[in-house]
Design a binder for this molecule. Sequence first.
Ligand code: TNX
Length: 535
Amino acid sequence: MALGVAVGAQGRAPLTASAAETAPPPLIPLAAQINPGQGTFTLSAGAVIAVPTGDAQARFAAAQLADQVRRVRGLDLMVREGRQGAAITLALQADAPVTQAEGYTLEVTPSGAHITARDEAGLYYGAMSLAQLLTPEAAPGADQGPVTIAAQEIRDWPRFPWRGMMLDVARHFQPLDSVKALIDQMAAHKLNRLHLHLTDDQGWRLEIKHYPELTKVGAWRTPPSVVSGQSTTPYGGFYTQDQIRDLVAYAAARHITIVPEIDMPGHAQAVMASYPKIGVTGARPAVAVDWGVNPYLFNVDEPSFTFIQTVLDEVMTLFPSTYIHVGGDEALKDEWKASPKVQARMRALGLKDENALQTWFIERVGQYLAAHGRRMIGWDEILEGGIPPTATIMSWRGIKGAVDAARMDHDVILSPAPTLYLDSLQSRRDDEPAGRLAIVTLADIYAYDAMPAELNAEQAHHVLGGQANVWTEYMMTPWHVTHAVYPRIDALAEGLWSPKDKRDWRGFLDRLPAQLARYRHLGVDAADSAFAVDF
Ligand code: TNX
């Protein structure tokens, strides 16, 4: 592969004790502070990781550390309670030096490595950093046996609290194992929000007990011919509530919150295919087989809100996330314009146009969520009729929506197209798999700063962070999702976690080969076309 700068680093000789002291720390995302120490620490097979008695979360973090070191380096480590004879320790400490949420201290001395944190997420991220330090090799064959790393003290904490990825499981259903594999890598990269786009015109992917047709009908569509040949077997899938509970717990153990999205009032054709009366016209379309923006909208009458609230009741039971995403994007208003009943309701409510009606609609849902202790997120289109008072804005059409909303004292999350749209192509290479026409390279994502320069310090507090979105119109297989995500996730993670003044593109490229080697060991098929551009 044409690795550019990374090639030199990939051919590097295995680390010796003195090289370990000078090599770039193989950390992605880079830590906030790294202070060099004296000497080196060597870890051999059979070494012990000690966790406090009875701390199940710390034990899990230690087990994850051991698992990564075993799979990437081939070293077996043991996890046990009690510090006696331990090479590595993990401990929650109320007075740990790093005070920021999710932060940690990792102290490496010639006799061991010690992680302390004030919260469990910090302990977990300390373990993830140590796993990277212990798997530093880029050169094939140099990555087995005892490992020697430099003595150092790392103090680290996140730049943003919201470090997210969105996965569209509606356009092409994504199997649970693939979602879990994504969660594993998000956690290793210190990302902490997985936004699942669960519903769209092309499919409804979440079992709702009150409305079984949503998954009996709405989860299936006529297969694309490339999949089916001549077959007419329905194409799609959905997650049962038991599967979702398992997935939410799997993510939570890795300090990731799953944020569900139920898209409304547009992108709702699969709902109308299942329950036509919830729509404006009452007509029953088929579940969509094509992409783009379709006309089907939720009605604005009471049965429609009863439906939405009942769905959200089940969603809130399944997903503990404070934030629930209600979409709000790309809702063409034609059906609302053409319906005398909707127009009459609009006038009765004193609303001047359909954009104002959308704001009223979304705010009504937001109030329902607020009454249940949750908070509503919507895409930036929900600003068009005036900002719904309870909304947090996720800005995708550039950053204007985020800037406007932050100035109006609303929290915001940045995920602008095309830069953070991982359905964008990575290169102009002939074998680049299909995607949106924009080319978004690793360097583009690395250069992206989720803090809009337009905001003053007070408004900046409203920026929760950013996320990259994996829309799957083009991604029929888990392989394609993997190709879109890796290694661009590395650039994303560094942008959202590491301090702005630590950003260093060349340094990132020096640290990347070790990460690519980890991907190889873990069977993650990262896109080499990410490097087929001039840096
Ligand atoms: C716009 S981003 C959409 C999605 C598409 C995506 C394709 C947003 C809120 N809506 O429905 O999948 O573009 O990149």
